[in-house]
Design a protein around this ligand. Structure first.
Ligand SMILES: [Zn+2]
Length: 330
């Protein structure tokens, strides 16, 4: 796998290839960004490129080094795994000792620490020195979905690569390439917040039942009620589950709003995000005013904004959906 085989984050591909060309790849790197955007693929490809026998700024994917790294049996690329959810000080001690030894087979030694937020304080502290002054032939790649819990002393010693979510269009394209039907790819790409891994693993029946629930809620909300139901369901959930469950629902609700407005503007049905709901969407479009749908869409977007920024969401939902709605003039 070369960089061009990874979907999205082209800016980071350019940065890494340029660094490889100049032989200036930082020895301590923090790959930071949301789940499922391919950080581990980037780390493994970088490990291959640094050891590739045929290419200097990418991984050829077929030389003996690239192949051994893909199979996980290249002695100079190591990936300590968290034990019971924690990367321990003992594992870091071994890493440090190994990092000072010259590579056995390859050109560079690479250490990939997935889920670096699992480094406990002692393990983090033991890494500081090696991150500060690593030997030129060793690279330490820390990966995290949650940079907020990584110690500032670790961050300040690493070059940070910030990954973006993969665009909805790119995910849809990838799903189409996997042979998934167009209307289904559209819906699936909408639900995953730029998380390709999740998009590839979604269960279509689950999605359909989730959308049906969202549709009932959408009908209630456009009719001016439904906030009580929404609150009842979500106010009892713990925060992480709230985010997990509410976000896709809000995304689907927003897509229904968008589709209704498109239909009002006589857009062709193939532009819809939910083509299988066309007749239902037309009904809502005939019954409700443009302002009402726009108002609802705004509220939903604000709730999504609150979700992304960890604001007090329960408060947000209650105030959002309880806002009085003006009379309809269709
Ligand atoms: Zn190669």
């Amino acid at each position: 796998m070369g960089f061009s085989d990874i979907l999205g984050n082209d800016r980071i591909k350019r940065i890494l290839r340029k660094a490889l060309q100049r032989q200036r790849v930082p020895n301590s790197l923090l790959l930071s960004g949301p789940t499922g955007v391919g950080k581990i693929d980037f780390a493994r490809t970088l490990a291959q490129a640094l050891n590739c026998l045929e290419m200097t700024d990418d991984a050829c994917g077929h030389c003996s080094s690239c192949l051994a790294i893909t199979k996980g049996n290249f002695p100079d690329v190591l990936q300590p795994v968290p034990e019971k959810e924690v990367l321990k000080v003992e594992q870091m001690r071994i890493l440090k000792e190994t990092a000072y030894l010259k590579p056995m087979l390859g050109k560079k030694r690479i250490f990939i620490l997935e889920r670096a937020e699992r480094l406990n304080a002692a393990a983090s502290n033991s890494l500081l020195k090696i991150l500060e002054e690593p030997p030129g032939f060793s690279h330490i790649l820390l990966l995290t979905d949650n940079p907020f819990v990584i110690l500032p002393t670790i961050k300040s010693r690493c070059q940070i690569l910030n990954f973006s979510p993969i665009s909805r269009e790119d995910i849809e394209k990838c799903l189409l390439e996997q042979g998934i039907e167009k209307s289904r790819a559209k819906v699936q790409s909408l639900l995953v917040q730029g998380n390709l891994k999740q998009a590839l693993s979604l269960d279509w029946e689950d999605i359909q039942s989730q959308r049906q629930k969202a549709w009932s809620l959408f009908q209630a909300l456009t009719a001016g009620f439904g906030s009580a139901d929404l609150l009842k369901v979500y106010s009892s959930l713990p925060k992480n589950q709230l985010t997990e469950e509410l976000r896709p629902t809000l995304e689907v609700l927003a897509s229904f709003c968008r589709d209704v407005l498109l239909l009002r503007e006589k857009a062709p049905p193939e532009n819809l995000m939910n083509p299988d709901y066309e007749s239902e969407l037309r009904e809502v479009s005939a019954q409700r005013s443009r302002e009402r749908i726009l108002g609802l869409w705004n509220n939903i977007e604000s709730a999504l904004y609150a979700l992304q920024r960890n604001l007090n969401l329960k408060l947000f939902i209650s105030s959002l959906f309880l806002k009085p709605m003006e009379n309809d003039n269709v």
